[in-house]
Design a protein around this ligand. Structure first.
Ligand code: ANZ
Ligand code: ZN
Length: 676
């Protein structure tokens, strides 16, 4: 009789796996491959049992597939750049590189003690030049193709610290996280990735993701937000210009009783200048512009506006309608201007009611007039009071109205996407330097490939004040122009860390490649990822950016497929006392404590037994205790019979078998089938 001593077992086997390189794999075309991946980790310091649930789920997939004969790639790495390490450096003085690698060492130990079967020889951290070299390589490929470009765009700015702030650094009603000064908006030249060039493809690709959770597919579809509609010109009276509006409901145009402009609309400044009280006009506009953007996007604001005093001609009716400015009209969607149809749109209705603007019913869903004065009627129906279109059915009539607008030259059909190009510039230190050089004579140039990587210089003091930290390093900024050899300047912004995670799964196929991000052959064998698991908080950005990068790298010639992740699982959160486990809530359970008490198998078993992987679970020590006791029983049972069944193993089941032996054999196969 031997005792169940899981701690000793864990130690013994973990040492053996490392010695035998048990989970290291090579390309082997003679065997079917299986690539299973958990979203890599931000090295925050300590993994708690909420984090490790995901790794356990992935590990079980990896081990199962291995036992079933697949050549399994199961790697792990570190999403190691980012703001928290830099913020910590500002507070404590510890260099981000040091804190990052200390954290990695600790967390790696935790995962190893859990016995997760990673191919550790493929591990990398994105903050090393070996990796970010290829962020820069990919950037340059995109730059050559017009997929990386510069444009002016708005950032959060702290006027006291003189620095750009990330959204996370703007706290409590728009003040700077460090000094509490009210944050203002500022325009800066920034780099963008043209993800919109792939908008249609990213949308269509969603239809092929049959093994993704439906809710994630829906979230991506809404984020891309394709809208079919029309662009229509409303001529401004007493002027040579026109307001262009975007609408998805041209069928309601006879009920457009006013036009609304976004506060940022280009025409606003001109109207202000031409008004009787330009300063008063501008003050009102300014108040709208500085409203919280997020609140404006979600519409969770009191709708407000004011009359510009100007009017525009509805090209269908020929009638003049007033032009107002409204805080809920967004500049970066459509044309930044709308025709307001209060009878058939809820937001317009609220606005019209508040300011006493006219409401006209033009689409009737039922047989009798609807009470559109009390409530907007948003359904399609039959057109009324709509000139030559009266009596026609919407939406069918819309294509005819668009064709007529086109024929008369005041409108056309148009598709709009909610998706915006991806702004990647960060005025930060702890990220990938953007590989660009500015020369007064030769202009904006990519760093030549043979000069990559552009390494992060060593910065020793982090104040969080002033320009981006790289701009203060003279030896970094000053550089020779690659074309004329004259004196030039380096770009001092770094890349959004979402760039790092947009292709790391490809790097795992070929992590030591010094010439390319990965070889075509390695990706052809291992990709796509067969099983990808992680948190639903990445349902939109990370997964969309990865799908975008995959297509770009396909067009660069490195990949031959479109979708990186075949099957996706979003694991449920682990709660403690009803709240999501997190350091800030002080309710974390450290896996090491549990390992010391019960061993790795009990913890793994518990995590898998407590609920389906997609479901939330409430952590319970007694549940873990139960898993431990179950393993104890298995151990004792096997231990008791081990000698009896030793030797030839299970008896065959020929005619000589007893009925009991035959029953046991049947039960065995039945169990194998059901477990599989
Ligand atoms: C007139 C109208 C009448 C509208 C009606 C809707 C219902 P989606 O589907 O999201 O694309 N819109 C257009 N640009 C806007 C902007 N920059 N800010 C705020 N709202 C804007 O929505 C398209 C509709 O949203 C457009 O169609 C427009 O209002 C509004 F009964 O035009 B509609
Ligand atoms: Zn030059």
């Amino acid at each position: 009789m031997t005792d169940y001593a899981p701690q000793a077992l864990d130690k013994k086997w973990q040492a053996r796996w490392t010695r035998d390189r048990a989970f290291e794999v090579e390309v082997d075309p003679s065997r079917p491959k299986y690539y299973t991946l958990e979203m890599f980790a931000y090295p925050s310091g300590h993994a708690h049992v909420g984090h490790v649930r995901n790794y356990i789920i992935g590990d079980i997939m990896a081990r199962t597939k291995r036992m079933r004969g697949y050549n399994v790639l199961h790697p792990f790495g570190w999403d190691a750049f980012g703001l928290p390490a830099e913020n910590a450096a500002i507070k404590t003085g510890t260099h981000p590189e040091k804190s990052t690698f200390d954290n990695i060492a600790h967390m790696k130990g935790q995962l190893q003690r859990l016995g997760i079967s990673y191919a550790w020889e493929r591990e990398f951290a994105t903050c090393t030049p070996d990796y970010y070299h290829f962020n820069q390589w990919i950037f340059l490929q995109m730059f050559e193709r017009g997929l990386a470009y510069r444009k002016r765009s708005t950032v959060n700015w702290c006027p006291k610290d003189n620095t750009v702030l990330a959204n996370e650094q703007v706290v409590d009603d728009g003040v700077c996280w460090r000094c509490g000064t009210t944050v203002v908006q500022r325009d800066l030249e920034q780099w963008f990735f043209k993800i919109t060039a792939y908008a249609d493809e990213l949308l269509q690709g969603l239809d092929t993701l049959s093994e993704w959770p439906e809710k994630v597919v829906v979230m991506q579809r809404n984020w891309i937000g394709r809208s079919e509609g029309a662009r229509v010109r409303f001529a401004v009276q007493d002027s040579d210009t026109a307001v262009e509006i975007f609408t998805t409901r041209i069928d309601t145009i006879y009920g457009a009783t006013f036009v609304l402009l976004a506060p940022e609309h280009a025409m606003v400044d001109r109207f202000a200048a031409e008004s009787a009280d330009p300063d008063g006009f501008r003050r009102k506009v300014q108040a709208f512009r500085s409203l919280d953007r997020q609140a404006r996007l979600t519409g969770e604001i009191e709708k407000e506006g004011f009359d510009t005093g100007r009017t525009a001609i509805n090209p269908f009716t020929g009638q003049a309608v007033p032009i107002w400015i409204a805080n809920f009209v967004l500049m970066d969607y459509g044309t930044g201007a709308i025709m307001a149809v209060p009878a058939h749109d809820e937001r317009d209705h609220e606005f019209a009611t508040k300011y006493g603007l006219p409401i006209r019913e033009v689409v009737r869903a039922g047989d009798t007039p609807a009470d559109v004065v009390s409530k907007a009627s948003t359904q399609y129906g039959r057109l009324v009071d709509s000139g030559p279109y009266t009596g026609q059915d919407a939406p069918a009539v819309m294509s005819r109205m668009i064709a007529d607008a086109e024929a008369q030259g005041f409108g056309k059909g148009e598709v709009q996407f909610r998706l915006k190009d991806w702004g990647i510039s960060r005025q930060r230190y702890w990220g990938t330097p953007i590989p660009v050089i500015y020369c007064d004579r030769c202009g904006v140039q990519g760093v030549p490939y043979d000069q990559l990587p552009v390494e992060l210089p060593t910065v020793t003091t982090f104040t969080g004040r002033g320009d981006s930290p790289l701009a203060a390093v003279e030896s970094f900024v000053t550089v020779r122009c690659p074309s004329c050899g004259g004196q030039a300047r380096r770009e001092t912004d770094t890349m959004d860390t979402f760039v790092d995670s947009s292709w790391y799964f490809l790097r795992f196929c070929d992590p030591k490649n010094g010439a390319l991000p990965f070889s075509k052959a390695s990706a052809a064998y291992w990709m796509p990822v067969d099983f990808y698991s992680g948190g639903v908080e990445h349902a939109i950005l990370h997964l969309l950016y990865s799908r975008f990068f995959t297509r770009v790298l396909r067009d660069v010639g490195l990949l031959t497929f479109d979708e990186p992740f075949k099957r996706l699982l979003t694991q449920g959160m682990v709660l403690k006392d009803g709240a999501v486990m997190s350091k800030s809530k002080g309710n974390v359970v450290d896996p090491d404590t549990m390992l010391a008490k019960y061993g790795a198998d009990a913890l793994r078993l518990y995590v898998m037994f407590v609920a389906p992987p997609e479901k939330e679970v409430e952590w319970s020590d007694s549940g873990l205790e139960g898993s431990f006791r179950f393993l104890l029983r298995v151990w004792r049972l096997v231990d008791h019979w081990a000698e009896t069944v030793a030797g030839d193993g299970m008896p065959g089941c020929g005619p000589e078998c007893t009925e009991a032996e035959r029953a046991l054999r049947r039960k065995t196969h039945d169990t194998i089938q059901r477990v599989t």
